[in-house]
Design a protein around this ligand. Structure first.
Ligand SMILES: [Mn+2]
Length: 278
């Protein structure tokens, strides 16, 4: 008899799509990155790194085995064609939501959130809100004329679900016009109580890892000083356990900018804890 063989799916993944409540899907796309590309390599590196992580979370007193999720692998994209790439993501997300399952996207850059959110909105309509962790507003009308850019993703999402249904955490960089939008719609959240207004809604949670300080998370395309410690971030995630999260993604890890690979290791932990609150 041969084996035992190493499992190369995400640690804790169940064996089949049909048996899972949460579908994890890799999105290796970084085509609209405005500064440093490389997030397309994140999904496979995270999968390997997951085997170096404890599958028990003391914060939640849970094992990953207690979470019913399936690692579906990575989508294959026609790199260079942004619209086709987004269409593929949207079709796959729609499939997952139509099967009454929850969606967990592993980026890739932040634009990958937009097609998944559109599919999520089709299902949950005006009952949907977005909770967004990021250093950047991502509310630009366009980036050098491109409306489909990772710098515009929250603008497109706001146009889809209404800016009053967006709550943003950790934002510290953007244009004045973007900060004006945040003020107008009161999207920027500074303390946990300010999330109460979306607590009765279905939540799509989108986490750009650059919300963490670059001293914690150097492996990202657009690092921004004065970010959160991991402890601060972990407290937010714990607080979100009582929210009804139907979709989520973790984006913008660019593993090769951090030769220590600590950024990748930390991101596996973010994903583990997101799985536990879904
Ligand atoms: Mn960002």
């Amino acid at each position: 008899m041969l084996g035992p063989f190493l499992n190369r799916n995400w640690i804790g993944s169940v064996d089949s799509y049909n048996d899972a409540n949460i579908i994890m899907i890799g999105l290796p796309f970084d085509g609209t990155c405005s500064y440093r590309p490389g997030s397309r390599f994140a999904p496979e590196r995270l999968r390997l790194a997951s085997w170096g992580m404890e599958d028990y979370s003391p914060d939640f007193d849970m094992h990953l085995d207690d979470v019913n999720f399936y690692d579906a692998g990575e989508l294959e994209f026609p790199l260079g064609n942004t619209q086709k790439t987004l269409d593929i993501i949207e079709q796959n997300a729609r499939h997952i939501f139509n099967d009454d399952k929850k969606y967990l996207g592993i980026g890739g850059e932040h634009l990958v959130t937009y097609p998944a959110l559109k599919a999520c909105y089709e299902k949950y309509k005006e009952n949907l809100a977005v909770i967004h962790f990021d250093a950047h507003t991502d509310l630009r009308e366009d980036y050098l004329g491109e409306k489909l850019s990772h710098a515009s993703v929250l603008r497109r999402i706001g146009e889809t679900i209404g800016f009053e249904n967006i709550k943003q955490i950790g934002i510290r960089s953007g244009l004045k016009e973007e900060f004006d939008i945040m003020k107008k719609y009161n999207t920027l959240v500074k303390n946990k109580e300010q999330l109460e207004s979306v607590k009765n809604k279905k939540i799509f949670l989108t986490i750009d890892v650059d919300v963490l300080d670059p001293s914690v998370m150097p492996g990202t395309g657009t690092p921004e000083a004065n970010g959160m410690t991991y402890q601060e971030f972990a407290q937010w995630i714990k607080y979100l356990k009582d929210f009804d999260i139907v979709g989520a993604d973790v984006v913008e890890l660019a593993p090769d900018y951090d030769k220590s690979e600590v950024s990748t290791a930390i991101t596996t932990k973010i994903i583990r804890d997101v799985l536990m609150i879904m």
